[in-house]
Design a binder for this molecule. Structure first.
Ligand code: ATP
Length: 323
């Protein structure tokens, strides 16, 4: 392989820049030319491509977001759009791609790789931690730390006013941020989609004497149609328990920003290097994952399966320690 392309796609995540840096510098160290593709798959179709040198990725390891920008691209969901992208790739002499993104991005990568017999290595870049085959995704740890800082602040006001706060965190249809965020902040409970599908978590919480012994409470709610979001949950409580002084806080996009944590920078750097090593070994159409602190290669089909289990025991732990 003499020339590779690298892109970031889907939602941005802190640590994507550290990954771009590691991919670029490892490739250059192996005599490979690197092309940076702007705005994810859209840049492949609109031909927004530039060469990346060692200096192009200087001073970015500490920056949130992605210097290559990111976008959602509906054309890439169609075979015709992917054919256009392939034409541009061929024009630039790009022989393999490194795609940094979430499950949608890896879906696209798998389809493109199959249709055009093209080597792609994926890196899990999403704050949601919802890719299978990897214990952690790039950006998750930083987002968790941001949630922790925010909820600590909410707790100050919640306890001063003796209020019940429902704090909505991101995660798409996964509860990793909500559950581990709740553990890290000493929150009373986490309402997560994995469980909401099976039972009414709010009703159970109240039945178990929720707020009996406390004068302020914080509950983290994962954004999702299944949970109803923090607004949906709060509305129900207000109706059924008018005595509670209920407030809602939606953390929103601030969870996506900020300088990446040490853990995310190190993870992104290790994974970026591993992506190039994998390509040099002839690997293709796999995502780099982390399992028990070892880097592994996970077939795209497994990574995007949406079956990553949440540790249910942690819900019991949360219940016990927040009494
Ligand atoms: P995050 O989880 O952080 O939101 P993501 O990678 O899942 O990131 P998506 O918006 O789902 O974000 O996907 C990014 C892009 O990947 C889409 O805009 C589209 O171009 C492509 N893509 C997503 N799903 C598919 C699919 N099923 N087939 C082909 N391409 C897809």
């Amino acid at each position: 392989i003499q020339c590779i392309g690298v892109l970031t796609s889907g939602g941005d995540a802190p640590g994507m820049n550290a990954a771009i840096r590691a991919v670029t510098r490892t490739a250059i160290a192996n005599g490979i030319i690197v092309k940076g593709i702007y705005r994810g798959y859209r840049g492949l179709i609109t031909n927004e491509i530039t060469s990346l040198e060692t200096q192009s990725v200087s001073n970015i390891i500490q920056r949130g977001g992605t210097i290559l920008k990111t976008a959602r691209c509906d054309e890439f969901r169609t075979p015709e759009g992917r054919r256009q992208a392939h034409d541009v790739i061929v024009e630039h002499g790009i022989e393999a791609l490194v795609v940094i993104g979430g499950d949608g991005s890896l879906h696209g990568a798998r389809d493109f790789a199959q249709e055009h017999n093209f080597p792609i290595i994926g890196l899990p870049g999403t704050i949601d931690n919802d890719l299978s085959g990897t214990d952690l995704t790039i950006g998750y740890d930083t987002a968790l730390n941001t949630i922790m800082e925010c909820v600590d602040k909410i707790r100050d006001t919640a306890s001063s006013h003796e209020r019940l706060f429902f704090v909505e965190v991101m995660g798409r249809d996964a509860g990793f941020l909500a559950l581990n965020g709740a553990l890290a902040t000493g929150s009373e409970a986490a309402i997560i989609p994995e469980i909401s599908l099976e039972k009414d978590q709010l009703a159970e919480m109240i039945e178990q004497g929720f707020r009996k012994s406390k004068n302020s409470s914080i509950v983290l709610v994962a954004e999702s149609e299944v949970t109803g979001g923090a607004m949906g949950v709060a509305e129900r409580v207000k109706k059924e328990y008018p005595q509670f002084d209920v407030r809602v806080s939606i953390l929103g996009h601030l969870q996506r920003g900020g300088s990446p944590s040490a853990q995310d920078r190190i993870l992104a750097t290790r994974m970026g290097e591993a992506a190039i090593e994998a390509l040099l070994e002839g690997q293709r159409n796999v995502m780099v994952g982390l399992q028990n602190d070892e880097l592994v290669l996970v077939p795209f089909a497994k990574a995007i399966k949406k079956d990553k289990p949440i540790d249910r025991h942690l819900l019991d732990v949360l219940r016990i320690v927040s009494r």
